[in-house]
Design a protein around this ligand. Structure first.
Ligand code: AMP
Ligand code: MN
Ligand code: MN
Length: 352
């Protein structure tokens, strides 16, 4: 079959909901998204599975689980990201099969794009050529794919992949259970962020019964820190600033060089700032080698940081969002503080 080419009118590309569903043009939101996606998977032979750059636990776990679903269905799947898989996820089953690339090409029937609110979030070139199935749970998610399934209630995209696996009648193996468990563990910040519901724990229980080992996974995700990361954290904490219900901290590119830190060592630094008593929102700013500034923004729940990030050209979730701004650092700090000060000023009751 041929699903490739976003503007093709090939009748093969019509999905499960019938020929009037608009499957051949970008933006199709089927009534029954899982049926439509499974239809695409059943009809195709070769698939590309991708997620966002700087992959996190949800990106890695959901890609691996999707790859295992396709394998069970007898399909071929290539798993590709623009950046290396962080060390803490490299022990996940199948993680060594994820390739890094800058450009993708190949005879793929479709691309399964997980956790991206646009093709650009992948930082992969060449995706425009393919039939894109977009599966996401971001608040800032958009129907940019040829077939779109966005469920903003889901704790992780892995949760959606889990539903898809069950709908396909495939087996949730112990390997799949471990991968999905990582997606919910990390995207809820260890079952602490706003999206954590009773159903999140029910899924965690189901996955644990299915063979995911919560203790081992927690050891790998939270107790396997590289020394360089702590040296970098020290530099960032040295720059910590507090102003009422806001806190921010940053690192210059020279700090990265001095501590021999890598990009993945920056993961989680922002959490120290938002963990401060009385702080409602926090930002971590990192100067990139070329001088632009990458921001990680977090909220305890009363400030919608996705809205603020989107206003500046980024996106994310209510409690966790990101954006890249022009440098230099002081300018980016001022730019985000203007927005955050306005947002916390709207909060009724001071939290301390
Ligand atoms: P980070 O601070 O990089 O961990 O990102 C927090 C959340 O915001 C993650 O769910 C990201 O997927 C999302 N996010 C970060 N940067 C962007 C961006 N530029 N556009 C859209 N979403 C983003
Ligand atoms: Mn993610
Ligand atoms: Mn996610």
């Amino acid at each position: 079959m041929s699903l490739s080419g976003r503007t093709s009118t090939d009748p093969d590309r019509q999905g499960a909901s019938g020929p009037d569903a608009g499957a051949s043009s970008p933006g199709w939101v089927p009534d029954r998204p899982m049926d439509a996606i499974l239809d695409v998977l059943r009809r195709g032979e070769r698939f590309l599975v991708c997620s966002h750059s700087r992959p996190d636990g949800d990106a890695v776990g959901s890609m691996l689980a999707m790859g295992m679903l396709l394998e069970q269905m007898g399909k071929r799947a290539d798993l590709v990201t623009a950046d290396r898989i962080p060390g803490i996820y490299r022990t996940l089953p199948g993680a060594d099969q994820i390739r890094t690339a800058m450009r993708v090409h190949g005879p793929y029937d479709a691309v399964i794009l997980l956790e991206c609110d646009g093709l650009e979030r992948t930082r992969l070139l060449g995706l425009e050529a393919f039939y894109v199935v977009n599966i996401d749970h971001h608040l800032t998610g958009r129907n940019f794919g040829c077939l779109n399934w966005i469920d903003r209630e889901a704790a992780s995209v892995g949760e959606l992949v889990h539903r898809l696996i069950k709908a396909a009648g495939a087996k949730v193996t112990a390997e799949i259970a471990a991968c999905i468990y990582v997606t919910i563990l990390t995207d809820t910040g260890g079952f602490m962020y706003g999206g954590t519901r009773a159903s999140t724990f029910a899924l965690a229980e189901e996955l644990t019964r299915g063979g995911a080992d919560p203790v081992r996974i927690a050891q790998e995700v939270y107790f396997s820190t590289a020394t360089a990361k702590l040296l970098l954290l020290g530099a960032a904490l040295g720059n910590l600033k507090r102003e009422g219900r806001l806190a921010w901290l940053w690192i210059a590119h020279s700090d990265m060089v001095r501590t021999c830190a890598t990009e993945e060592d920056c993961e989680g630094i922002v959490n120290y700032a938002v963990s401060i008593a009385g702080v409602e929102a926090a930002v971590f700013l990192r100067e990139l080698p070329e001088g632009t500034i990458r921001l990680s923004i977090r909220s305890k729940g009363r400030v919608d940081v996705a809205e603020i990030a989107a206003k500046l050209g980024g996106g994310g979730h209510e409690n966790a969002a990101g954006v890249t701004l022009e440098g230099p650092l002081p300018r980016a700090i001022e730019q985000i503080l203007v927005e955050l000060r306005a947002a916390v000023a709207l909060l009724q009751v001071p939290s301390e």
